[in-house]
Structure formats: structure tokens, C-alpha cells
Design a protein around this ligand. Structure first.
Ligand SMILES: *Cc1c(COP(=O)(O)O)cnc(C)c1O
Length: 508
């Protein structure tokens, strides 16, 4: 038995030499793996095929009955997983709102893992609870929210948007039907409830509505103007129409930083509209929330404080490793709508004594100490440097849009943030589906070559390509090279397609 206990000890943090040795070896090997890879990587993706990646992964995911040697395990992880991964820290990885993590965030992950605090109750996270609360207060001040505002860390924008809809729905049922949904469930009249958002709002608005028993069709899409912003006149028209139909619009979702365009809705106008029509205003600033620290563009969020609730993601333009996000409410008491007291975790007596159990503000129970990542990042970088990074990437996106236009690409948006939507339009092909195919092939070609990772999306029914230029180490010189290569490959695909079309018509 004693022998067994010694064996267990080396696998936990424990004040003895065995534990220290195992942990040091693990960390040294992990550190070496990441640093070596980082020094070697010269493109974001190695370019193996899907089938090859799947079989390589299958080879290294066999689980043994007896533990293996560390060197072998690290080798498997390196060869089968790390080398086949998308290297998101490379500046040419610019598909999604998926960021290169800042080094302090990566380091903080180790402390988070080692402390393993659970944020649901104070007794499981005595210091971490206050860290989270202090950081939320820091953001509340940045937003310009009043003193009785509140917030909580979440797993990201999906959860934050869901919580916005949840609180707004419960409040609407109280106001319009005198029903406490938390206690009694949804009343039948809830089928009359409607939510407005722009056609460019994130899909999680609809998904949340569906999950919250309101249905996808409870979300009414408002048209956008030529700057991809929610169109106020159309919103008014839709609201009046809904009222005429006897329906109950109770919420409007504005987006600060749409996923495809980075466009920012006019929050002031929408806030005024929300006041007039008595709507809960939620601002989805999952992406645009980083402008709080911008030196040049902070004014785009000047009216953020007017929102009843706000989503901000830190694992996007705040360069934090996944997951890290937050949800804010203008009035602390909104959280009472989801408060539940579990005797074993957060009894009512705790609440009365002023003990903070964060589970009361969240839909998650066991939860990560993600706030530490933000704390370490901001303490080391300072808010000024962070703001400069954001401004640099926006400047770069604006110049890239210009460069794309000079190279005769069709560019949809004048970037307000750092996303650029564009497509290649060939000289000699008019068939819309062929133009779509050429652009899809371009995206695939560059993904598979591994040198440039772009996203594809649809706009007005057509395929477009997207650069989401989050990386502060990207440069205009690099973008120039990419754009020239894009044009060259596009022309090649176009001429191959041209031959196909020609052959096709000859054969017929
Ligand atoms: C990414 C995104 C979301 C979803 O957030 P996750 O962190 O992926 O859950 C919601 N809204 C917007 C505008 C986003 O860009």
C-alpha cells in the first residue's frame, strides 16, 4: 500500500520532491514544445488533408492501461496534434474572431489550472471572487455604467447573449403578464413576445430565443443601411406593425462590431428608440467591446452605458485564450430574476450576511477563474499599449481595404473595426455561380497551402471572403504580398474555369 501512495503523490501538487520533479518535467517539456514550435512555424497551417489529420490523431489518442513515458507522450502530442493544428499566433491566420493569445494570458492559464478555483461560491474561490468582482467594476467604470450596475464572467458571447435574452424575457413576462417565469414557467401569451435585431446581428440571438421557448420566429430582423448598421426607420416601421398585429416587442439587440463587417450600430439612436417603445436594450459588443480602450475610436462606444445589458468577449479582440467573456447589466437587481439558493452552495443566510456567491449571477455553476487572465494582461501591458494595439489593427484593415480596391477586388465595407469583406470578380465571367465557385476555391486553395487563412461568408446571396485582422504583428507589406498572390491564383482558377466552361459548351 505504501508503495502505491508514493506513486500517486507524483501526480498531484504536493510538498515533496517527487511531485516537484514530475511537475517540473511536465512544464519544461510543455514549454519547450510550444517555444520550439513557435520558432519554427512559418505559416499558420501545415496543410495536411482532413483524412491524414484524422488518422494521425487516431494514432495518438489510444488510451493505455499503464501510463506511458513522458517523452513519448509529448512526441505524440507534438507530431499528431500540435503540428496539425491551426497556429493562431501566426499573423496570416485571419479567418475568424479567433485571436492570438497574449503571453500573459497563456501564463495565467497555468495559475488558473493550478489553483483550480471554482467561481460559483465564495468558499471555493475566496480571493478569486473579489478579483472577478474588481475587474467587473473596472469594466463597469470604463463603460460608464452607474454604481448599481453589475456583471459576471461567462464562457463567451453565446452565453452572454443568452443571459441578456433570458433576463429581458423574464422581465417582460413580469411586466406584461404578471408571470414570474423563474417560478412558474412561460405563460401561453409569451408566444406574442418579439425581439428586434439587425440582419447582421449574431446568430446566437435567434438560437437563444429558440432555447428560451420564444422560438426563432420571435426574432424580427431589421434591415441595415449602407454602413451595415441597423436601420432606424425600418426598426420603427417594424415596431409599429408588430403593435398593430397585437404582438409585444420587448427587446432590441444592437451590435457593436458585427461578426462579418465589424460595423457598429448607432447605440444612441437605438437607445432613444428603446426608451420610446419601452424595449430592453441589449448591446452585443462581443467584438467591439475592445474599443473601450482605443485612443482613436473610443467615441464609437460613448453610449454603451445606455444599454440594459451588454456582452463583451475577451477571447476575441482582447487577445485572451479561450474561454473568457463577460455579461453586464445596468441594474444589479436584474440578476434576481435568475437567483436560486442551493442549501449546500449558496444558502440564503450567506446572501443576508453579504457573502458573495457568484453562482447567483450566472447560469453556470462550476466555473473557471478567467478574470486572472485579464488582470495579468492589463497589469503587464497597461491600458495604453492595449489601446495602441487595437488602433494599429484598425488602421491596417483600413489600408488593406484600400489595397484590395487598388487590385480591383470588390470590397463591401469601409472597415470601422478590423474586418474586411471582399471578393474577386473576374473580367470575363458573368455567371454568378462561377464567380462564387472561384472565390470558394480561392479560400480552399490558401487554407490547404497553409499560407493564408481567410474566412468565407455570404452577403446578398453571394460568396465573399473575409480578413479578420486581429493580429497586431501583421503588416501592410505582408498584406500586399497576400493580395498579389490572391490575384495571381484567382486569375489561374478563372482561366481553368474558363476552359471548363468552354469545353462544356463544345461538348454539348
Ligand atoms: C463571436 C460572437 C458571438 C459569440 O460569442 P462566443 O464567444 O463565440 O460564444 C456573439 N456575438 C458576436 C457579435 C460575436 O462576434
Amino acid at each position: 500500500m505504501i508503495g502505491l501512495i508514493t506513486n500517486f503523490e507524483q501526480w498531484f501538487l504536493h510538498p515533496n520532491e517527487q511531485s516537484k520533479k514530475t511537475f517540473s518535467e511536465l512544464m519544461d517539456n510543455t514549454f519547450k514544445l510550444i517555444v520550439d514550435e513557435s520558432m519554427k512555424v512559418n505559416k499558420p497551417f501545415a496543410g495536411a488533408s482532413r483524412q491524414d489529420i484524422e488518422s494521425m490523431v487516431k494514432k495518438v489518442t489510444r488510451i493505455p492501461e499503464c501510463g506511458q513515458n513522458l517523452k513519448d507522450v509529448m512526441m505524440d502530442i507534438h507530431e499528431g496534434i500540435v503540428k496539425q493544428s491551426l497556429w493562431i499566433s501566426h499573423p496570416s491566420a485571419m479567418a475568424h474572431l479567433h485571436c492570438p493569445p497574449l503571453l500573459p494570458s497563456i501564463a495565467a492559464e497555468m495559475i488558473i489550472g493550478a489553483l483550480n478555483q471554482s467561481m460559483d461560491s465564495w468558499d471555493q474561490s475566496p480571493a478569486a471572487t473579489y478579483v472577478e468582482e474588481e475587474l467587473l467594476q473596472f469594466f463597469i467604470n470604463q463603460i460608464g455604467y452607474p454604481a448599481n450596475a453589475d456583471g459576471v464572467f461567462t464562457s463567451g458571447g453565446t452565453q452572454s447573449n443568452y443571459m441578456g435574452l433570458l433576463l429581458a424575457r423574464n422581465q417582460a413576462c413580469e411586466t406584461y403578464f404578471s408571470v414570474n417565469v423563474h417560478e412558474d414557467g412561460l405563460p401561453v401569451e409569451a408566444s406574442k413576445l418579439r425581439i428586434l435585431c439587425s440582419e447582421h446581428a449574431h446568430f446566437t440571438v435567434q438560437k437563444s430565443a429558440a432555447q428560451l421557448g420564444l422560438g426563432i420566429h420571435s426574432v424580427v430582423k431589421v434591415k441595415t443601411n449602407n454602413k451595415q448598421q441597423l436601420c432606424l426607420d425600418d426598426a420603427k416601421e417594424k415596431l409599429d406593425l408588430l403593435h398593430q398585429q397585437g404582438l409585444i416587442p420587448f427587446m432590441i439587440v444592437a451590435t457593436a462590431g458585427t461578426t462579418d463587417f465589424g460595423s457598429i450600430d448607432n447605440v444612441k439612436e437605438i437607445a432613444d428608440l428603446a426608451n420610446t417603445y419601452r424595449l430592453w436594450l441589449h448591446v452585443d459588443a462581443a467584438y467591439g467591446g475592445a474599443l473601450l480602450f482605443s485612443h482613436q475610436y473610443r467615441q464609437l462606444l460613448d453610449h454603451l452605458w445606455e444599454a440594459d445589458s451588454i456582452t463583451i468577449d475577451f477571447h476575441k479582440l482582447y487577445y485572451q485564450s479561450i474561454s473568457c467573456g463577460a455579461f453586464f447589466v445596468k441594474e444589479k437587481k436584474s440578476f434576481q430574476q435568475i437567483m436560486y439558493h442551493a442549501d449546500y452552495l449558496n444558502p440564503e443566510e450567506d446572501y443576508e450576511e453579504g457573502i458573495i456567491n457568484l453562482v447567483e449571477k450566472n447560469i453556470q455553476t462550476t466555473r473557471r477563474f478567467d478574470a486572472l487572465k485579464i488582470l495579468m494582461t492589463f497589469k503587464l501591458l497597461g491600458t495604453d499599449m492595449f489601446g495602441e494595439m487595437i488602433d494599429y489593427t484598425i488602421h491596417l484593415a483600413k489600408k488593406t481595404a484600400q489595397l484590395l480596391r487598388e487590385h480591383e477586388f470588390d470590397v463591401v465595407n469601409d472597415p470601422v473595426m478590423n474586418a474586411v469583406l471582399f471578393r474577386f470578380v473576374p473580367d470575363h465571367v458573368d455567371a454568378p455561380h462561377v464567380i462564387d465557385e472561384i472565390n470558394l476555391e480561392l479560400q480552399r486553395y490558401f487554407y490547404q497551402s497553409g499560407e493564408l487563412i481567410m474566412a468565407k461568408t455570404k452577403h446578398n446571396g453571394k460568396i465573399y471572403l473575409k480578413f479578420t485582422m486581429l493580429h497586431p504583428l501583421n503588416t501592410i507589406e505582408r498584406m500586399k504580398e497576400h493580395i498579389e498572390k490572391l490575384k495571381q491564383v484567382a486569375k489561374k482558377i478563372e482561366s481553368e474555369k474558363g476552359e471548363d466552361i468552354y469545353e462544356y459548351s463544345v461538348r454539348r
